[in-house]
Design a protein around this ligand. Structure first.
Ligand SMILES: Cc1cc2nc3c(=O)[nH]c(=O)nc-3n(C[C@H](O)[C@H](O)[C@H](O)COP(=O)(O)O)c2cc1C
Length: 190
């Protein structure tokens, strides 16, 4: 069996925030033998995405710079974990921008980005101030549909409650869920 490699992509707008803290807890409990890496979008800023598609479609070359680093890391993941604060019921702007770049990567000649990502697993980790995890339904739906579109498996959304940095470390239910998050059965898996 191929070794699993978890790539965590963090998209908070502050350092040492709650979503990173919760995802770090879950990262301490990866399945046996799994490796991992962590990238923070704040260290790899992307310009606003510009849609290159005209009437004839688009063909792009493999990107360099931060975009190239993020694409390479995305392709290394058997398990891609998107770590974002809950902002206005969805992902943060940096995380949304990173996802928008996937649309450009679909047009890179010869890359077959969708085919390469197919069968890998997408996971979400988020923290909001709301006691009601249903407030993250929009975020969960957007990631789940993105996984479906890419023929990836959807691992599910780990939700924690917190507002000030460190708050989520008092959300004992979320911390308990984090301990088994990546080894529990996939949502909807046969
Ligand atoms: C721009 C912005 C929008 C937010 N929107 C929501 C929201 O829709 N629902 C919610 O429960 N909390 C919301 N919050 C609170 C954050 O989710 C909360 O502070 C969280 O702990 C931030 O995660 P972080 O520490 O990883 O950045 C918002 C905070 C900000 C700054």
């Amino acid at each position: 069996m191929t070794n699993r490699h978890f790539v965590f992509i963090e998209g908070s707008s502050r350092r040492d925030g709650n979503s990173a803290a919760l995802a770090s807890k879950a990262r301490e409990h990866l399945p046996e033998g799994a490796t991992s890496e962590w990238l923070n979008l704040a260290d790899l800023p992307l310009a606003d995405f510009e849609d290159p598609r005209g009437p004839e479609g688009a063909s792009q070359v493999y990107p360099d710079g931060n975009e190239g680093v993020l694409l390479a890391a995305t392709l290394r993941a058997t398990d891609l974990v998107l770590v974002s604060p809950l902002y206005w019921y969805t992902v943060s702007a940096p995380m949304k921008r990173y996802l928008d770049y996937w649309s450009g990567w679909l047009n890179i000649t010869g890359l077959r980005f969708r085919r390469q990502m197919a069968g890998r697993t997408l996971w979400g980790v988020t923290v909001g101030h709301a006691d009601d995890p249903g407030q993250a339904d929009g975020l969960a739906t957007s990631l789940k549909f993105s996984a479906d579109y890419m023929a990836m498996r959807w691992g599910g959304l780990l939700y924690g409650i917190g507002d000030r940095p460190g708050d989520v470390l008092r959300d004992t239910a979320a911390l308990r869920a984090a301990e088994t998050w990546f080894s529990a059965a996939l949502v909807g898996a046969e």
